[in-house]
Design a protein around this ligand. Structure first.
Ligand code: ADP
Ligand code: MG
Length: 351
């Protein structure tokens, strides 16, 4: 069942020459966590503000459980949408205890019911017994959980989280995002998470929407955007990706591109290639006549693996670099020549 949907949503700010959000359509099914990712300025917060009802669209529609919330003809006010918000800085009231901060999310309930509702929420976010503390007496991760409990308290139909982990240090960030995912799942919440961090999106989201300059580049689950990116932007956005030149070969069916990795032949058009992840390549001893070989220019030790950069040259293409993420232990030295081969591996989750 689709809980939230946007259709051809466009928003242009005054005094701006391009739209902040343009022709955006996606669906968020009930109980799922959707991550909206993109570089800074790609329109993530604008999209969130449109969904929250804080901005009016210039074109397109937003619907919640099939009922229209926003269109250029009219907009349901934020307080009547049943949508919850969690911000980057968590925005807790410093002069209120944890319990009172959470109770703020329940201010429409009678006092007795409010108190009864707080205990299960404290338990849900693992803060039982900490209700009387003040925000400054909590760690960053605990403050994040209070913000989450406060936003979940009124049972919003959709929870919007705008960069909720960006104020946390790297080590804490990983555990907090995993906890957040667990809490959302336990509660059966439908949530939309905005992040510029591809790791957040890949590790906890059920579905990912990739934005570039206000436009959707791809909508898909983590393995889809990672292994089957819709374009070169998406491919590089989710981590280093090598662009390898190819030699195209005729294929009887005509339906597929049949290719040989390596520089194109003299009669072929240069500039066509395949995108290959560094972990899908390996180095093999050159035996002569390899399609792709290069000289090692850089080796970066990464603990579990080595990142090896090779410089490749051919008479038919401009020189190019290839990054190979090689398993450890592996003996390789700068200046050596190695052949580059694809690793036989089929990604999971892709038909
Ligand atoms: P993100 O959250 O992905 O960083 P934003 O939605 O904040 O992106 O911004 C998208 C674009 O809209 C940017 O070019 C930004 O400068 C512009 N923008 C955002 N808010 C406003 C505003 N209130 N007035 C004018 N331009 C804005
Ligand atoms: Mg933003």
């Amino acid at each position: 069942m689709i809980r939230l949907s946007t259709r051809n949503l466009t928003k242009r700010y005054r005094r701006s020459d391009r739209a902040a959000v343009e022709d955006v359509s996606f669906d968020l099914p009930k109980g799922k966590l959707l991550a909206l990712v993109g570089e800074s300025g790609s329109g993530k917060s604008t999209l969130l503000r449109l969904i929250a009802g804080l901005e009016h669209p210039d074109a397109g529609e937003i619907a919640l459980d099939g009922a229209l919330l926003s269109s250029p003809r009219g907009v349901t006010p934020p307080e009547r949408r049943g949508i919850g918000l969690v911000f980057q800085n968590h925005a807790l009231f410093p002069h209120l205890t944890v319990e009172k901060n959470i109770a703020f999310g329940l201010r429409q309930l009678p006092r007795g019911e409010r108190t009864a509702a707080i205990m299960p929420l404290l338990e849900l976010v693992g803060l039982s017994g900490m209700g009387a503390r003040y925000p400054h007496e909590l760690s960053g991760g605990e403050r994040q959980r209070v913000a989450l409990a406060r936003a979940l308290a009124p049972n919003p139909r959709v929870l919007l989280l705008d960069e909720p982990f960006s104020s946390l240090d790297a080590r804490l960030r990983h555990s907090v995002r995993d906890e957040t995912q667990q809490i959302l799942k336990q509660r059966g919440a439908t949530a939309l998470l905005v992040t510029h961090d591809t790791g957040d999106a890949l590790s906890i989201a059920d579905r990912i929407v990739v934005l570039k300059q206000g436009r959707v580049q791809q909508v898909g689950a983590a393995p889809e955007v990672y292994y089957a990116p819709a374009n070169s932007y998406v491919a590089s956005f989710f981590g280093t990706c090598n662009f390898l030149p190819i030699r195209s070969l005729p294929h009887p069916s005509g339906a597929r591109i049949h290719c040989h990795v390596g520089p194109p032949g003299p009669s072929e058009q240069p500039g066509i290639g395949v995108w290959v992840r560094p972990e899908d390549l390996e180095l093999v001893r050159p035996s002569g006549g390899e399609a792709l070989a290069g000289t090692v220019t850089r080796i970066a030790f990464q603990g579990a693996y080595l990142d090896v950069t090779l410089h490749c040259q051919s008479p038919d293409t401009a020189p190019f670099e290839v990054l190979v993420r090689h398993h450890q232990p592996f003996a390789v030295a700068p200046g050596e020549t190695w052949a580059i081969a694809p690793k036989a591996r089929r990604p999971s989750g892709i038909a």
